[in-house]
Design a protein around this ligand. Structure first.
Ligand code: AMP
Ligand code: MG
Length: 456
C-alpha cells in the first residue's frame, strides 16, 4: 500500500546535487506527535500513517520514496562553507496531493556523507521546538516548513549530556536553499547549476523568464517574510544562506525565539557574538543572502556582464521593498491602513516599548492601554486622530506566540515522559488569536530563558 503519492523529481536531477542515502535504523521508535490535518493535506490517511511508525523513524522506506541527502553549501555567520548538505536529514521524496508538491524530509535520520563530525541525529528538545514553532508560524500566516510527525527513537544521543533521540518529519514546498545554488556555482558545475535552475524555476518561479525576474521575486518573498517575522517579534537566530529557502518559506528553527520584552538589538544565539542575526539586523542579512543567491545565478544569464550590472543596481531596491512590507505588516497592528503616517506611528510606538522594555506581544494585544512613557499622551492623540480600527488590530495581533520559557518547560516534561504539556501548548499556539491567559502570559523574571544555544 502507498502511504503517499510520491514523485521524486529532485532525485532525477544530476547526481552532483545529492547522494542516495538511506536512514540508519533506530531501536524502538514511537510516535510523539502526528499532524493529522497536515497528513490529510498531503493526501494521506492519518490512521495508515499511525500504523507505520517505522517510516517516520527511517526504519522502513515508504513505497515510492527514493531517499537522498541533498548537497548544499552556505555562508555560516558570514563564513563560506562548501561542505554542508543534509548531514542528518534525508529527503524521502516529493508528495503530490491536490494541494501541490511537497518535500517530505526526515530530520535526525542518521549520518550521511555530509555529516562531518556530527552524529546525524536530533534530540527530542530541538524536534519539539521546531514542531511547535513551525506549526505556530503556519497558524500565524507566515510561509513556513511544517511538522508532520515527531518520533522518539528509543535511543539516547550525546549533547551537553545524554538526551533522548528523536526524528522530525518535515514538510516543505521544497528544501532548495540559497546555499544549494551557491554550492554548484562555487564548483563551477554549469550542468548541475542549469538543471537546478530549471527545476527551481518550474517549482517556485513559474512566471520568471530571466535571472533578474527570479531575483526580483526572491527579494519580494524575503522582504515579506522578514517583515512578518518583525511584526511578530520573531528572531530566527541562524539566518545562514543554507537556512534561507528560495520558496520564501522560513526553515530551520534552531535557536530561534519570539521576543518577550522588546529590544531591537536582541540576539538569540550564544555563538552570535557580533549580533549578526539580531532582530533589527534580519532585513540586512536577508539582502546580503539574496546577493549571494543572485551572484550564484549569473552563469545562467545569456549576457553575464549586463546581468551583473543590473543585479547590482537591483540590490538597492530591497530597502524600499522591505519598508513597504514592514508598513504592510505593522500598520494593521495599530489598526491602521498602510501609510507613511502609520509607519511613523508604529516606529514611535516601538521606541516607547523599547524604552520601557514592554512585552512585544502583549503590548499590541492591549493596544488600548496606556504605556508608562512620557511621550505616550502625544502619541495617543496622533494615533486616535488616525482613527484606528481596533477590530483590525485584534485580528492582526496574536494573543499567543510560542514563548521560549514555555517551550523549554514542554521539553523538560516530555523528556520526563509527560507529553500532555506539549499537546496543551500545540493547541494554544495553533489558535494564536484566541484569548488564552495561561499561554499569553509573559515570563516572570525568574522564568526568562536567557540564551538558546545552537542546540541541535
Ligand atoms: P543547521 O545549523 O541545523 O542548519 O545545520 C548546519 C549543517 O550542519 C547542515 O549541513 C546540517 O546537516 C549539519 N548538522 C547539524 N547537526 C548535525 C548533526 N547532529 N549531525 C550531522 N550533521 C549535522
Ligand atoms: Mg540548516
Amino acid at each position: 500500500m502507498q502511504l503517499f503519492a510520491f514523485d521524486n523529481s529532485y532525485a532525477r536531477l544530476p547526481a552532483q546535487l545529492y547522494t542516495r542515502q538511506t536512514a540508519t535504523p533506530v531501536r524502538s521508535p514511537q510516535f510523539f506527535a502526528l499532524n493529522d490535518a497536515l497528513a490529510r493535506d498531503l493526501g494521506a490517511d492519518p490512521d495508515a500513517l499511525r500504523a507505520n511508525v517505522d517510516v517516520f523513524a527511517g526504519n522502513a522506506v515508504p513505497a515510492g520514496a527514493e531517499p537522498i541527502a541533498q548537497a548544499y553549501g552556505g555562508h555560516q555567520f558570514g563564513q563560506w562553507n562548501p561542505g554542508l548538505g543534509d548531514g542528518r536529514a534525508l529527503l524521502l521524496g516529493e508528495v503530490i496531493s491536490d494541494k501541490g508538491r511537497f518535500d517530505l524530509q526526515l530530520k535526525g535520520s542518521g549520518r550521511s556523507p555530509y555529516s562531518r563530525a556530527g552524529d546525524g541525529r536530533a534530540g527530542l528538545g530541538p524536534v519539539i521546538r521546531e514542531y511547535l514553532v513551525s506549526e505556530a508560524m503556519c497558524a500565524l500566516g507566515v510561509p513556513t516548513t511544517r511538522a508532520l510527525a515527531a518520533v522518539t527513537t528509543g535511543e539516547q544521543i550525546l549533547r551537553e549530556g545524554p538526551v533522548p533521540g528523536a526524528i522530525l518529519t518535515r514538510v516543505a514546498s521544497s528544501h532548495i536553499r540559497v546555499g544549494t545554488f551557491q554550492l554548484q556555482a562555487f564548483r563551477g558545475d554549469e550542468q548541475a547549476l542549469r538543471a537546478l535552475y530549471d527545476h527551481t524555476l518550474a517549482r517556485h518561479f513559474p512566471n520568471a523568464e530571466t535571472v533578474e525576474d527570479v531575483v526580483t521575486q526572491m527579494m519580494d518573498r524575503q522582504a515579506d517574510l522578514i517583515a512578518r517575522w518583525s511584526a511578530l517579534g520573531f528572531i530566527h537566530g541562524v539566518m545562514n544562506t543554507d537556512n534561507m529557502t528560495v520558496s520564501g518559506e522560513a526553515i530551520d528553527y534552531g535557536p530561534c525565539t519570539f521576543m518577550d520584552a522588546y529590544h531591537p538589538a536582541t540576539v538569540l544565539s550564544s555563538i552570535d557574538r557580533m549580533g549578526r542575526y539580531a532582530y533589527a539586523n534580519q532585513p540586512h542579512i536577508a539582502i546580503w543572502n539574496i546577493a549571494q543567491f543572485a551572484s550564484s545565478l549569473v552563469p545562467m544569464a545569456p549576457d553575464q556582464d549586463a546581468t551583473v550590472d543590473r543585479l547590482n543596481a537591483m540590490m538597492g531596491d530591497f530597502v524600499g521593498l522591505y519598508r513597504s512590507a514592514w508598513i504592510r505588516h505593522f500598520a494593521p497592528k495599530l489598526g491602521l491602513p498602510p501609510s507613511d503616517q502609520a509607519e511613523s506611528l508604529a516606529q514611535r510606538f516601538l521606541k516607547m516599548m523599547e524604552d520601557i522594555g514592554a512585552d512585544f506581544t502583549l503590548t499590541f494585544v492591549n493596544l488600548d492601554q496606556p504605556l508608562d512613557h512620557q511621550d505616550y499622551a502625544d502619541w495617543r492623540a496622533d494615533w486616535q486622530a488616525a482613527k484606528p480600527d481596533l477590530a483590525l488590530a485584534a485580528k492582526t495581533n496574536p494573543q499567543v506566540i510560542p514563548r521560549l520559557h514555555r517551550i523549554e518547560e514542554v521539553i523538560r516534561e516530555a523528556i520526563d515522559g509527560n507529553r500532555a504539556p506539549f499537546d496543551a501548548m500545540l493547541s494554544a499556539v495553533t489558535a494564536p488569536f484566541t484569548v488564552n491567559p495561561d499561554f499569553a502570559r509573559a515570563p516572570e523574571p525568574h522564568e526568562r530563558v536567557m540564551a538558546t544555544f545552537c542546540g541541535t
